[in-house]
Design a binder for this molecule. Structure first.
Ligand code: 0O2
Length: 267
């Protein structure tokens, strides 16, 4: 067997993880810039630790020189969604990407694991470009809800603590907790539209308030101070009323005032 140069072996996987985290974060940002709800809540990535790679190889009877071809999750990306429905959207996005070629999919949501684990996994090929040229490698993308992630993070640390010897009653309690997570996700799915409406209107309000404050600040430099103070007082009064329609109308009027000042300063 050749000597395993772990740093050399793992470096391209680190590059793949870094690139993919950036790419998925940009998808989230694109939704946000377009004032659309993002199916992606957060993205993390990791390169499997050498000790975990060796443990897995031993557990699965994989020879050292077969590690790269037989361990599919050396590079791991985790995408967290708010709702179960968002997982399908993210899976579709991944299937359509030209920089990822899906090797296989594992649906542990329709068929949860005996432990109670639920998540959607995609193993995909991804090419990185290193100083030694291109390298096509495998990445595992785990897609799950916030609730599923909470459960699996806790369960993973308990698995780590007990290895193969988790007490039966703890295993039982984790299974019950997994059922509760499932029920929570279903309950959240049934109020998804309402939650999304609330989130959208919060975002819309934040954007309008920031527009208004920007305009007030700009006017401060060009308009009469008394007039700007009056506008600011009026804004605080409307803000307290918590009425979106009023806030929108005020924003429009302020846009016109600000526009007039810009026009005047050109004369
Ligand atoms: P770690 O420490 O997260 O890296 P297979 O497809 O069954 O031949 P594999 O690779 O074990 O082989 O696939 P599987 O079962 O889809 O597991 C891949 C990863 O999913 C695991 O990696 C875990 O991260 C996660 N996972 C799978 N089952 C469970 C579970 O019961 N509980 C938790 N918390 N996570 C799970 P590793 O290498 O096992 O672990």
């Amino acid at each position: 067997m050749e000597i395993q140069l772990w740093r050399d072996i793992l470096e391209p996987y680190r590059l793949a993880v870094d690139e993919l985290v950036v790419k998925f974060m940009h998808i989230k940002q694109q939704y946000q810039y377009s004032h659309m709800y993002s199916p992606i809540e957060s993205v993390t990535g990791r390169v499997k630790r050498i000790s975990s790679i060796l443990d897995k190889a031993q557990r699965k009877g994989i020879e050292f020189d077969e590690i790269e071809s037989k361990i599919e999750d050396i590079a791991g990306i985790r995408i967290i969604c708010q709702f179960v429905e968002d997982i399908d959207t993210v899976v579709d996005i991944i299937r359509k990407r030209e920089d990822l070629e899906v090797k296989r999919e594992k649906d542990y949501i329709t068929h949860s694991k005996p432990s109670g684990y639920r998540s959607y996994h995609i193993i995909a090929y991804y090419t990185v470009h290193t100083i030694n040229g291109p390298k096509r490698l495998e990445v595992e993308i785990q897609i799950r809800t916030l609730a599923m992630n909470f459960w699996s993070t806790i369960e993973h640390s308990l698995q780590y603590k007990y290895k193969e010897n988790m007490p039966d009653d703890l295993r039982e309690r984790l299974l019950r907790a997994a059922d509760a997570v499932d029920a929570l996700d279903n309950e959240m799915a049934s109020v998804r539209d309402e939650i999304m409406d609330a989130q959208n209107s919060n975002k819309q309000k934040a954007n309008i308030v920031s527009d208004i404050l920007n305009n007030i600040e700009n006017l401060y430099y060009v308009a009469n101070e008394r007039e700007v103070t009056k506008i600011q007082d009026e804004f605080f009064k409307i803000y307290k009323e918590n009425d979106m329609a009023l806030l929108k109308r005020f924003n429009k009027q302020l846009d016109i005032i600000a526009e007039n000042y810009r026009a005047q300063s050109l004369q």
